[in-house]
Write a protein that binds this ligand. Structure first.
Ligand code: LLP
Length: 437
């Protein structure tokens, strides 16, 4: 998919770049991003909204993959940006991202983070709880400035997804609960505060969602809430943010919809639910993360050792693992892969791909058909663009890989590979200790 193809040498090519050359030039593990594919995903969401007639913002959820180059690309595509920490905000600011298009999320923003965002004059805060609501009102008064907010509410929807990544259900650490009336109470509080400008409400029901159903239920509940808010508080919502969570294909059997279908289902539902209640149509915001970058990313590894247990299993090991892709260990996430330097080999055997970390759970793929692997072969694992680099770590003191963007035959290094020196650069030896080198 995207700009991937098999070239004349039988090598995998992405963005016009032979991946064996990328591996040689930049080393492995290496995250390779197909820039054209990211842009086409951005455009699919934007174009679908344009066609709908709604005013809109598509905010890229930077948690999926947050680097300065990515912020820049997203800016060029006209998207907004969802950040959830001082670190993501800092990255966006360093990349020169337009501040008015930054939305700040999070269930426990620190005072320092809030002040950093206020000083930067970001577009809005997505307020998660009563503590933050009071804190922002107080800061607005102190600074004599009105702070734009959205309220994150949990509409009581369980998206069919992994427990750790579903968030819209009532028992969630995020947001104001709709069912018990907290959401309405928060709306009242925000609307009557002199120092808050309540733009609207937000909900995010989960991640890696394949069907429109969950969004439609959530939209119904949000419309009900806003109907009540108009009657009881006189509040009319300018903005409705229905979050992200649009699924992508990782392996056969995954059946996400294309971006425009999610948008079409959402815009249709909002129109119906709001019109039947005679509520004015809001500006619609969404926050896709995974569906923007997920399938644009491929991780390249070198294959090293192998182990075969007769009649049981053959392991092939790569020079990365749960340090660059935590998702299989954390969520039993599944991936497809290919031996990138021998794409046309037809004879395959079933193997399991192991990482190099000292932990039995560090397996990238269980039972995949691959051509017989030799040490030095390059394994390309696809659809690793979201929450791969973002959740990478230094377990076993393994340095984080480099990241390249590829486009029309050119590869651009956008994140340098970490070095051993980088890893010890924050270590301090106790005062007075002697090091003999
Ligand atoms: N908006 C909010 C408020 C969110 O909490 C999230 C994701 C998104 C948008 C973007 O969701 P997406 O479109 O990427 O599904 N680490 C997990 C995913 C955690 C998602 C957390 N929130 C994984 O690797 O699957």
């Amino acid at each position: 998919h995207g700009t991937s193809r098999v070239n004349e040498q039988g090598h995998l090519e992405i963005g016009g770049c032979d991946v064996t050359k990328l591996a040689a030039e930049f080393g492995t593990p290496l995250y390779v991003y197909d820039e054209a594919l990211i842009r086409s995903k951005c455009r699919a969401f934007v174009d679908a909204f344009r066609a709908s007639g709604f005013s809109f913002q598509v905010a890229y959820a930077s948690k999926a993959f947050c680097t300065m180059a990515m912020c820049k690309l997203v800016e060029e595509e006209g998207l907004s940006l969802d950040v959830v920490s001082g670190g993501e905000l800092y990255t966006a600011l360093q990349a020169g991202f337009p501040v008015e298009r930054i939305h700040f999320h999070g269930n426990n923003k620190s005072l320092e983070e809030i002040l950093m965002a206020l000083d930067a004059k970001i577009g809005c805060f997505v307020v998660d709880n009563f503590y933050e609501l009071s804190l922002l009102a107080e800061l607005g008064r102190e600074r004599q400035e009105k702070i734009a907010v959205l309220l994150r509410v949990t509409p009581g929807v369980e998206a069919h997804t992994h427990e750790y990544i579903s968030t819209g259900q009532q028992d969630s650490k995020f947001g104001f609960d709709v069912i018990s009336g907290q959401a309405l109470q928060a709306i009242r509080q925000a609307e009557t505060s002199e120092w808050l400008e309540l733009l609207g409400v937000h909900s995010h029901i989960g991640s890696q969602i394949f069907e429109a159903e969950g969004f439609l239920i959530a939209i119904g509940r949000l419309a009900e809430l806003l109907d009540e808010a108009r009657k009881e508080v006189g509040f009319v919502s300018k903005v409705l943010n229905v979050g992200g969570g649009f699924g992508i294909r990782y392996v056969e059997g995954d059946t996400p919809m294309p971006p425009e279908h999610y948008v079409q289902a959402i815009t249709k539902a909002v129109r119906e639910e709001f019109q039947t209640r005679e509520l004015p149509l809001p500006e619609l915001w969404i926050e896709p993360g995974r569906s923007i970058v997920g399938d644009a990313g491929t991780t390249l590894y070198h294959i090293g050792s192998q182990k075969e247990i007769p009649q049981i299993r053959k392991y092939i090991a790569v020079n990365g693992g749960m340090t660059d892709n935590l998702r299989p260990a954390l969520y039993q996430a599944r991936y497809e892969a290919a031996i990138a330097n021998r794409m046309n080999d037809k004879d395959t055997e079933t193997v399991s791909v192991a990482g190099k970390c000292c932990e039995s759970g560090d397996m990238l793929i269980h039972d995949i058909a691959l051509p017989e692997a030799k040490p030095g072969d390059i394994l390309a694992v696809s659809s690793t663009g979201a929450y791969g680099y973002a959740m990478s770590n230094n377990y076993n003191r393994i340095p984080r890989p480099a990241v390249v963007f590829v486009h029309e035959g050119t590869a651009e290094l956008v994140v340098k590979r970490e070095s051993f020196a980088d890893m010890v650069s924050h270590d301090l030896l106790p005062k007075g200790s002697k090091v003999m080198r």
